[in-house]
Design a protein around this ligand. Structure first.
Ligand code: FES
Ligand SMILES: [Fe+2]
Length: 343
């Protein structure tokens, strides 16, 4: 398996799980049902211990999830608490429960050792639910290995090729060098572009009369969260030194959860600190974002088809692969450590 299991993964956006509702999701090759009780969110293996019907086909009754076949009821710990027609609950009537936590507008699930689930380890994405920022986003079902998506996000040069009709600006931008830094189990890839024309998306949000300084500050955090701190400001007004008051900022969030070895739940969102609550701007950003990410996912799915057909044969590496190769090394080491711990 190519997953780190002892980590928090986003199962879905909070709004995807209605009150009293259930949601079936395959996460890291496991069938899981998420459900919202009167006490909050819960997650169980999506298989009844009686005759294996997915529990997601059942219904929430206050604090229990009732199987849709013969009515066994389970609490949030996975224990069967009621069997219709008999007072005794047979021993072993349990299903696996997973630690869950709702934070930053997302429902996070810990698929590994429950005893190690510490909510302090949930990626810190405060701009997703801070009133000083407005969030817009969605979820794409990607038919590719989640690591191909992280490769893509850590490489800025693909913009000139994949996004030539959407994001690509001045071709000289692609020549601006990046700096890559490792920070523990995280990697930063940073690029400052000084004295360029503002791209259309930023100009629509706030008219920039002259040249701008632009930034793209990417951070991958193990196992699969990538955030991009992006924006621009009037040139030479101090943005690289920390004064962004003459510009606008956005967080581009990529919260990535493997579904299987070759499919992925790709949760994405933009958070902006300008024109808060402006529905037209939110709609434009959502449309532009989705269009751009679908350009990426079309390429990644073609790449996956190629890999699945011919196998993961040796490929060559070039200079732009520095950050992707570093992230794969860190992730591989984490997976190996987990495997050694389980042995
Ligand atoms: S299969 Fe669930 S109660 Fe029988
Ligand atoms: Fe892209």
């Amino acid at each position: 398996m190519s997953f780190v299991r002892n980590a928090w993964y986003a199962a879905c956006w909070s709004e995807d799980l209605a009150s009293g509702g259930t949601l079936a999701r395959t996460l890291l090759c496991r069938q899981i049902v998420l459900w919202r009780t009167t006490d909050g969110v819960a997650a169980l293996e999506d298989r009844c211990c009686h005759r294996s019907l997915p529990l997601s086909l059942g219904r929430v009754t206050g604090t229990t999830l009732q199987c849709g076949y013969h009515g066994l009821e389970f609490d949030r710990t996975g224990r069967c608490v009621r069997v219709p027609g008999q007072s005794r609950v047979p021993p072993g009537s349990t299903v696996r429960a997973y630690p869950v936590c709702e934070r930053h507008g997302l429902i996070w699930l810990w698929p590994g050792d429950a005893g190690a689930a510490d909510t302090a380890l949930i990626p810190d994405l405060p701009w997703l639910d801070d009133p000083g920022w407005t969030r817009t986003g969605g979820c794409i079902h990607l038919g590719a290995d989640y690591r191909l998506l992280i490769d893509n996000l850590l490489d800025l040069t693909h913009v000139s090729y994949i996004h030539k009709n959407t994001l690509a600006g001045d071709p000289a931008e692609a020549l601006v060098p990046v700096t890559t830094t490792r920070e523990g189990d995280a990697i930063r890839v940073e690029r400052w572009m000084r004295g360029f024309t503002a791209p259309p998306m930023y100009n629509r949000a706030r008219k920039f009369a002259g040249k701008v300084d632009r930034w793209q500050l990417i951070r991958w955090q193990a196992p699969s969260t990538v955030t991009l701190d992006i924006g621009c400001a009037d040139a030479d007004t101090g943005a690289p030194e920390g004064d962004r008051s003459h510009g606008i900022s956005m967080w581009s969030n990529h919260i990535i959860t493997p579904e299987t070895e070759t499919t992925t739940h790709y949760l994405w969102a933009f958070a902006r600190n300008f024109k808060l609550g402006d529905e037209t701007v939110s709609k434009t950003i959502a449309q532009d974002g989705l269009r751009t990410f679908l350009e990426d996912t079309a390429v990644l799915e073609a790449q996956q088809r190629s890999i699945s057909t011919v196998g993961d044969r040796a490929t060559v590496d070039i200079r732009i692969d520095n950050a992707p190769m570093q992230f794969r090394r860190i992730l591989g080491d984490m997976i190996a450590r987990e495997g050694a711990g389980a042995a």
